[in-house]
Every structure is written in C-alpha cells, then in structure tokens.
Design a protein around this ligand. Structure first.
Ligand code: SAH
Ligand code: SF4
Ligand code: F3S
Length: 474
C-alpha cells in the first residue's frame, strides 16, 4: 500500500540534500510524496536554526498542525534537522503532538522511528552528542551521513545535484550555531564522493555542486595521503557526462593557491567563488572570531583576481552584530564598494542561544538600526551588481538551461512549448530568455540585450555553422 509523505524543507543546501536522502529512504519503504498535509500519513519538517526567524517559522507551521493531529491522531509528525538537534525536548514541550525529533546526524533512523511510532504511539528522539558530551571520536561518530541514497525527484532539476563532501564545522564563529548542530568537521572519503558523482553522472546529472560549511577546508587523510578540494575537483573533472562543477561555501583563510590554480586550469569548474566576508571592520571580525583581518581578505581577493581572470566572487554579511558602531558598519560599506562582489547575502544579526556570541556579547543593536543597515548595504550591493552586469550587454554567454523561469512557473501556460526559461552562466549569473522547454539541461549560447542587478536578459543564439556539441564552458 502506498503511504504518503509531506516534507517541508528550510535552511541551506545541506538540508536540501538531507531531505533528498530521507525521501529516498522512505520511498524504499513504499512512500510517495504529497504536497498536502491533509493527504499525508507522515509529515516531516526539515528545520534550520541559523536565525531565530527560521525557527519561528517552523514553530508556527507546527502550531497549525495541533488541530490536525487531534482529528487524525495516526498521522506521524516529525521534526528533523538543525533545530531538532538544538532544541530537542523543547520541541515536545512546545508541540506535544510531535512524534519524532531527529538531528541531522541521525537521519538514517527516520524510517524505523516512523514504524515505531505507528506501532506504539510513543515519542522518540534521535540526536547526536553535544560538542562537550564525549571524546572527539565519539562525537564524530554520532554525526552520521547516509549520502549514497539519492532521490532525483528532490533535486533542484534532474541534471543538477548537490554532493556533500564535508559535514560539520570547526570554525566556531561566535555568532553561529552550525558547529553545535552539525558537529565536528569531517571530510568524506574521496572514493565515496567520486562513486556518488559517477552515479549522478550516469543518472544524467550535468552539474554537481559540492557542499560543505567550509568546503575549501576539505581534507581527507588515508593510506594514500591527504586529499584536498583541489585534488578532489581534478578527479571529478575526469567524470564523463559532468559539465560543470561548483562548490560552496568557502572560508577566506583556506583559499589556497593550488585551489585557485585548479579553478583556472580545469574548464568544467565554475569560476564562481562564494567566500563570505561577514564584516569590513577588523574589530567586528575579531568579535566574530572569523580568523582573518580585512587586510587578509584583500590579499585573498587580489590572489583570486590575479590567478583567475573574470572570476565572480560573492559574499555573506551580518549587519548589527553585537556592538557594531556606525563607523564599523561604514567600513563594511566601504569594503563592499572596494570588493565589488557579484552579489551578497545580507542578514541582520540574530542571537543564537548556545553560541559564544550569545554568552559573552549583548545583542545591543536595535532592530530598526539592523534593518536600516541591511537596506543600505543591499542598495550598495545592488548598484554594484547592476553596474557590473553592464559588461555583458551585447555579449554572448554560455548558459546551462535550468527550465522555466520563476515568472513562467507562476504566470506561463505550462503546456506551451516555448516559454521564458532560466539558466546560469559558468560564473553563476542568472540569464532569462525565451526558448523551448526541451532545452532544459543543455548548454546554450545566449546573446544578452538587457541587464538588471540580478538578471541578464537575452536571446538564444542559433548558429548552425558552429556545432555547439563540443563547446565546454569557459
Ligand atoms: N558555513 C558558511 C555559512 C553558514 S550560515 C560560511 O561559513 O560561510 C550562512 C550565513 O548565515 C553566514 O555566512 C552568515 O552570514 C549568516 N549567519 C550565520 N549565523 C547568523 C546569525 N546568528 N545571525 C545572522 N546571520 C547569521
Ligand atoms: Fe558558521 Fe563560521 Fe562554521 Fe560558517 S565557518 S558554519 S559561519 S561557524
Ligand atoms: Fe540552517 Fe543547519 Fe544549514 S542551521 S543554515 S540548516 S547547517
């Protein structure tokens, strides 16, 4: 008998990937996906704790299920992911009708736990050890992944996949909860990664994004030596069928020359580097314990530009971190103007209980000021993005076609053959153009005739003289 699973995912690519694995493991047990909580036998929330807002959203969604569960006591409700690891019992206190709470390091237990709940209506928790609750080895072992299980229907598109190369984080930035929810940094064995990439390529995957919290710190030691991100990318580059390799997120201090040279020399590797600066003030960076100075970051930027002409660099920022003065914020604005990022993700600081920041620094910047700084920095970034996109006017870019654009999905006729499509360049710029749906998954040349801060608009270049089959993205 088919059972129905409703799953809602928030958070980063790690969570997207985790949901993909959980869906794959439940499909093996006869589950099908549904997009309605009413139809579902099992409802799962894959949660994020990086900012308070993300947690509020999950708790409100859970709140809406209170009545639902009263009417349908047999439905299994599960909370998985980072908030499950962080809040544990608190989830049962706030939402006593939740049946299972499973941290991101214990997801392989979900199918069994659902069965247990169905047979005895009990409440179950499966979480990993806290950062102080055992030896490093024990803690590491309690954070397991079960990556080889994949479910193509959960991917961004059938020809794009995330591939985890690292779990956890050991950087302990003072504002960040991730080292507590995801545990110690561990690089997955290169063989496992390569095998998984080959399976993905065989399934028709053309673009793989390697994911890790600090993906360029990736390291794996075994008898044959130490593998780093550069070596891993070089091996992945050989896999037939794969056309693009991306990797997120990078840590400024670990941007080694061998990695930059690999990005330069191997054409399938995207010349796009997401390497968050977080703040342009040395004092703030110190309070954040980011481990680099503004001068270090500038040096890194210069090395990237010297080694990889045309590289696109993007950043994350936190505004209104504890004690951030107007002068310190203006240093961030100044450095943003200097660095000219392709784009930036800007967040208002959100205090996270359990972090060093919450313990030692008061969250003393009023929300209106955080909001104002967020808007100000965003306006600066948007202007830079729009100015820099001008260089593409009249140019041809190569795009991996992803499918109907957001606009087409909401407003277009789903049966139309030709509609507005979207794709990305090798340097991660979003391109929108009209084309046949069947182009999805192909590399196409697009001529750009208009740009905004977020998007390049263009038309498909049809040049029958030049075969496009063997063009590789550069
Ligand atoms: N591992 C990645 C980022 C993970 S979290 C890295 O090191 O870059 C993604 C982004 O969320 C961070 O880059 C940071 O800008 C933001 N972030 C993390 N903790 C936050 C907090 N407590 N409040 C606001 N933003 C936060
Ligand atoms: Fe969080 Fe810092 Fe680790 Fe990124 S590097 S996950 S911001 S602790
Ligand atoms: Fe959120 Fe956990 Fe990712 S806290 S950002 S889902 S690692």
């Amino acid at each position: 008998m088919t059972k129905k699973l409703y799953i809602e995912t928030v958070g980063c690519q790690m969570n997207m990937l985790d949901s993909e694995m959980v869906v794959a493991s439940l499909r093996k047990k006869g589950y099908e996906l549904t997009d309605s909580t009413d139809d579902a036998d099992t409802i799962l929330f894959n949660t994020c704790s990086v900012r308070e807002h993300a947690e509020h959203k999950t708790y409100s969604a859970l709140g809406r299920l209170r009545e639902h569960k009263k009417l349908n006591p047999h439905k299994v409700i599960g909370v998985m992911g980072c908030m499950a690891q962080k809040d544990q019992k608190l989830i049962f206190e706030k939402a006593p009708y939740v049946d299972i709470v499973v941290g991101p390091g214990q997801l392989q237990q979900i199918p069994d736990l659902i069965e247990k709940v169905k047979s005895d209506s009990g409440q179950y928790t499966a979480v990993s050890l806290g950062r102080k609750n055992g030896s490093l080895e024990q803690i590491k072992r309690s954070h397991e992944t079960f990556d080889p299980l994949r479910d193509p229907t959960m991917r961004p598109t059938p020809f794009q996949a995330y591939l985890r190369i690292q779990i956890g984080c050991d950087k302990f930035c003072t504002y960040c909860i991730v080292p507590m929810t995801r545990g110690p940094e561990q690089g997955r064995p290169p063989k496992e990664i390569l095998d998984e990439a080959k399976i993905l390529a065989d399934q028709g995957c053309k673009e793989i994004t390697l994911v890790g919290q600090t993906v360029n710190s990736y390291k794996h030691k075994d008898d044959s030596g130490t593998t780093r991100l550069s070596g891993l990318l070089q091996q992945l580059h050989e896999i037939e069928g794969l056309q693009r390799l991306k990797f997120v997120t990078n840590y400024p201090k670990d941007m080694t020359t061998d990695l930059l040279e690999t990005i330069r020399d191997y054409p399938k590797i995207s010349k796009y580097i997401h390497v968050p600066l977080q703040s342009g003030s040395n004092d703030v960076l110190k309070r954040m314990k980011r481990g680099y100075t503004v001068e270090d970051y500038r040096d890194m930027m210069a090395r990237i530009h010297d080694t990889i002409p045309g590289a696109a660099i993007s950043s994350d920022f936190i505004v209104g971190f504890c004690g951030e003065t107007e002068e310190e914020f203006q240093e961030t604005v100044k450095l943003t103007k200097e660095c000219r990022f392709k784009n930036s993700f800007i967040f208002k600081y959100s205090e996270r209980p359990g972090t060093k920041g919450a313990e030692v620094f008061p969250d003393d910047i009023p929300d209106e000021i955080k909001k104002r700084r967020n808007n100000e920095l965003l306006a600066v970034q948007n202007q830079i993005s729009e100015e820099d996109n001008q260089q593409f006017l009249g140019q041809q870019v190569e795009v991996l076609v992803e499918g109907p654009s957001k606009w087409a999905k909401q407003n277009g006729d789903p049966d139309a053959q030709v509609l507005q499509l979207t794709g990305r360049t090798n340097c991660d710029r979003i391109v929108v153009f009209d084309g046949n749906q069947r182009l999805a998954g192909q590399l196409m040349k697009i001529a750009i005739y208009e740009v905004t801060s977020f998007t390049l608009l263009g038309t498909v270049v049809t040049d029958h003289q030049v075969p496009t089959l063997n063009t590789i993205s550069v």
